[in-house]
Structure formats: C-alpha cells, structure tokens
Design a protein around this ligand. Sequence first.
Ligand SMILES: CC(C)(COP(=O)(O)OP(=O)(O)OC[C@H]1O[C@@H](n2cnc3c(N)ncnc32)[C@H](O)[C@@H]1OP(=O)(O)O)[C@@H](O)C(=O)NCCC(=O)NCCS
Length: 143
Amino acid sequence: MNSLHAGCGNSSRTGSGQSRHSRIYRIGGGGERYWRVEGRADATFLGLGALIRMPDGDDVEVAYRLARSAWGRGIATEAAGALVNHALGALALPRVVAVTYPDNVASQRVLCKLGFEPRGLTEYKGVQATWHVLTREAWRART
Ligand SMILES: CC(C)(COP(=O)(O)OP(=O)(O)OC[C@H]1O[C@@H](n2cnc3c(N)ncnc32)[C@H](O)[C@@H]1OP(=O)(O)O)[C@@H](O)C(=O)NCCC(=O)NCCS
C-alpha cells in the first residue's frame, strides 16, 4: 500500500514513557545523538534511535531503525516516544521533526501515534520525503 501519509485513525498515545518491551540507551561518544534500543527482558539488540540536527536549519529530527525481527511489536513507537520525551522534556526543544519515505506507511503510523502533525512533502537529502512536526505545546497537551 502506497500513501503519502497514513491516516491517524483512532490515534492512541502509546510508547511515551510507558515502554513495556524495550528500553533505550544513549550510545557513548555520540553526544545526544545515537541511542541503542534493546529488549527489556534480555538486552537483545533491537535497533537504533537518533536525535539528529536536520541538514538545514535548527530542527532536530527523531529517527529510528529496527532490526527486522523486532518489527510489529510496537517497539518503534516505544523508542521514538522515549526520544520525543527526552527532546521535548529534558532538552526542552521547542519542537521535533521527522521524515519518512512516502511509501513508509508503518513509520508514518508511528509518528501519528506519537502526535506528530503531517505537513506534506519536503526534500530531504535529495529525495522527496513526508514531513512531520511535533511541537512542545502539542506534546505537553497530550501528557
Ligand atoms: C518502520 C518501523 C520503524 C516500524 O517499527 P515497528 O516497531 O514495527 O512499529 P510499531 O509496531 O511501533 O508501529 C507500526 C504501526 O504501523 C502499522 N503498520 C505497519 N505496516 C503497515 C502498513 N503496511 N500499512 C498500514 N499500517 C501499517 C502497524 O499496525 C502499527 O500501527 P498500530 O499500532 O496502530 O497497529 C520498522 O519497520 C523499521 O525500522 N523499518 C526500517 C527502517 C525504517 O523504515 N525506519 C524509519 C525511517 S522513517
């Protein structure tokens, strides 16, 4: 299924500080940027998260990439929710942004569930990408 933006439908707030399957750690040497996602029960590596400055401007991007074996269990939502909480809470950023390939419906759904607002398309590192924004005000209204 191809879509510019997955509909939020019955958007629920999941993963924000309520991790059940995973936990996320900052990786040494990367400053605030790179985070390891691992299983809560056994510390198995599940993927990476990141808070990265966008190529243009001051916005910080929330990014995540999971091992295939970790898909479909809500872990991306948990991990991205933890990054959002850190960026908008501890770091007190005014907003965070995210981009996805236009056909990456699962990732768009993750962002929807966390309260990101879809803002159409943008060019990101030379390719068309969907553009999503979550302001601190909107995030606080959900917590
Ligand atoms: C995209 C990715 C992050 C999703 O991880 P995940 O842990 O499976 O995501 P979650 O389980 O938290 O949430 C996925 C949501 O998308 C939905 N979904 C998955 N595939 C879908 C599809 N083809 N169409 C519609 N919805 C879909 C799931 O049902 C779920 O929504 P729900 O909770 O409302 O049921 C993971 O597949 C991944 O790392 N892919 C490779 C790298 C990547 O794409 N990174 C993101 C870059 S923008």
